[in-house]
Design a protein around this ligand. Structure first.
Ligand SMILES: NC(=O)C1=CN([C@@H]2O[C@H](COP(=O)(O)OP(=O)(O)OC[C@H]3O[C@@H](n4cnc5c(N)ncnc54)[C@H](O)[C@@H]3O)[C@@H](O)[C@H]2O)[C@@H](O)CC1
Ligand SMILES: [K+]
Length: 475
């Protein structure tokens, strides 16, 4: 499990740990891990040109100490000090004694233009979102000369606790973060600004409380996946009712069912108009058409906007089993939910539900997913490159696995099916949403292998995704 903590939690854990170790130990651990990650990124330090952009706090100190290590390994290291009078004294002395130097103000552009790597030590967890004009000017040079950035702890300028990026911020190829992940490294748009995140253990683990955000890894997913045993039969493995599709949108029915059949359940019942029912049965003779007892419902994909379909949603929600509501169904979820409910909007749908601009949801994904979970008393899975799954009790999971190729028509219908299958298999909405999303994205990666795919390919690869995560169990 990858876990992320808030700045307040991290500060408290650092204080507790620092009381047990000699002064400077944590910074030493941080700088050692940071320097190692830079050497890996560069493929060796010798002869490399490294520019450090250092602010006045300990984040700049980490960067300067790491710079000293790189200089001792043969890199040419130059530091741009944003506030020379307040630069971290110990870090600066270490850099100088290792042969590094400070870049005069009128030589900044030349230094950046030559650099193989820029270390962003502008601000860390002590920073306010945004960059001050001087830092922004240096980072504009870095972008102009297209120099890769390794961010120290966080890409400077992101909102560390939310992943929001309302102001200018650093865009990193790699972020080397210390002690634990920060929320803003897992939630977009901050996650995209962080690039590949590398965690350096500085010994905080025993002092950290429950995380604010979690991100399942393959072995976590494997541990949560339902699997049949020798006594299982189709009813004990779970029956999912799928209410999707219409005469206008027949494909949604076929795709939602295909996603469900790719999951670990016993049987699918399809409930809907004749034409999509005929297509579903023609494709999968094993699907039973018509009402009957189920362990969970998926309702919503491709229902269309006929007012009578509101009753389909209401009927599913009134049943005494977990319900997933997707797509067109979401407009009929008006009151606070009771029981186990998973809502799976994309940004546009969530914006409509909350009556805000879509761009607001894009900018504040964690905030609005949590707000909706609270307002509807339901688990809310907000789709996107990093999917956020927020439960009404405050637990949040983020999925970072995947490929942009899964952003294809009908992909969401398949997702609703696999998440529904997991609900029918007995998982909670939080587990079903986060495990389903992981399987869906993994299936996309396996099917795509770097090239275009259609939604059916994702569904067809779900059993392989299941096998892939089971193989990771215990690793
Ligand atoms: N506290 C600890 O035990 C450890 C801290 N470490 C490092 O220390 C960092 C936190 O250090 P600090 O608390 O000194 O704070 P930071 O270095 O994150 O930033 C605070 C400084 O930046 C200035 N500042 C704030 N917002 C700014 C902005 N938008 N633009 C420009 N300057 C801004 C402030 O005036 C302040 O001087 C962590 O991110 C991590 O890199 C690590 O060395 C590991 C151990
Ligand atoms: K930084």
């Amino acid at each position: 499990m990858r876990t992320a903590h808030s700045v307040v939690q991290i500060r408290a854990a650092e204080a507790a740990l620092m009381a047990t170790v000699p002064d400077g130990t944590l910074m030493d651990r941080a700088a050692t891990g940071l320097a190692t990650a830079c050497v890996d990124f560069l493929g060796g330090a010798y002869g490399a040109d490294v520019v450090i952009v250092a602010g006045s706090g300990a984040n700049g100190g980490d960067a300067l100490y790491a710079g000293a290590r790189l200089a001792r390994r043969g890199a040419r290291v130059a530091a741009i000090l944003l506030d020379p009078g307040k630069a971290h004294a110990g870090g600066l002395a270490a850099l100088r004694s290792a042969g590094g130097h400070v870049v005069p103000e009128d030589e900044r552009e030349d230094a950046v233009a030559r650099a193989d790597l820029v270390l962003d030590g502008i601000v860390g967890i002590g920073g306010k979102p945004g960059l001050r004009p001087e830092a922004a000017a240096v980072m504009e040079l870095v972008e102009r000369y297209d120099v890769p950035v390794v961010a120290v702890d966080v890409p400077s300028g992101i909102d560390v606790d939310t992943g929001e990026t309302p102001e200018p911020h650093v865009r990193a190829a790699v972020t080397v973060t210390f002690g634990t992940h920060k929320v803003g490294l897992l939630v977009d748009p901050g996650a995209s600004a962080a690039g590949v995140v590398h965690l350096v253990d500085i010994g905080l683990g025993p002092y950290l409380p429950d995380p604010v955000v979690e991100s399942l890894q393959a072995s976590d997913v494997a541990a949560l996946l339902p699997a049949p045993d020798r006594t299982s039969h189709k009813y004990t493995r779970g029956v999912l009712g799928v209410v999707a599709g219409s005469d206008q949108y027949t494909g949604a029915a076929v795709l939602a069912v295909s996603g469900a059949l790719g999951g670990p359940l016993g049987m699918v019942r399809y409930v809907g108009p004749d034409e999509p029912a005929r297509l579903v049965r023609a494709r999968w003779p094993e699907v039973v058409a018509g009402e009957g007892r189920v362990q969970a419902w998926v309702v919503g994909s491709g229902l269309g906007d006929a007012p009578e379909r509101a009753e389909d949603v209401a009927r599913a929600l009134a049943d005494d089993v977990p319900v997933l509501v997707d797509a067109d169904g979401l407009r009929h979820v008006l009151a606070r939910c009771e029981g186990e409910v998973l809502l799976t909007p994309h940004e546009g749908e969530l914006a409509r539900m909350l009556e805000v601009e879509r761009s607001n949801v894009t900018a504040r994904r964690l905030h609005y997913a949590c707000e909706a979970a609270d307002r509807w008393n339901a688990t809310v899975l907000l789709k996107g490159a990093t999917t956020v799954v927020a439960s009404p009790n405050g637990r949040v999971r983020v999925n970072s696995v995947g490929t942009p190729w899964v952003a294809t028509a009908g992909s969401g219908d398949v997702l609703s099916g696999i998440c529904g299958a997991l609900l029918a298999g007995g998982l909670s909405p939080l587990d079903a949403g986060s495990v389903g999303c992981f399987l869906h994205e993994t299936a996309g990666v396996l099917a795509s292998r770097g090239g275009p795919i259609v939604a059916e390919d994702i569904a067809a690869a779900l059993p392989d995704a299941y096998r892939y995560v089971r193989a990771a169990e215990g690793t």
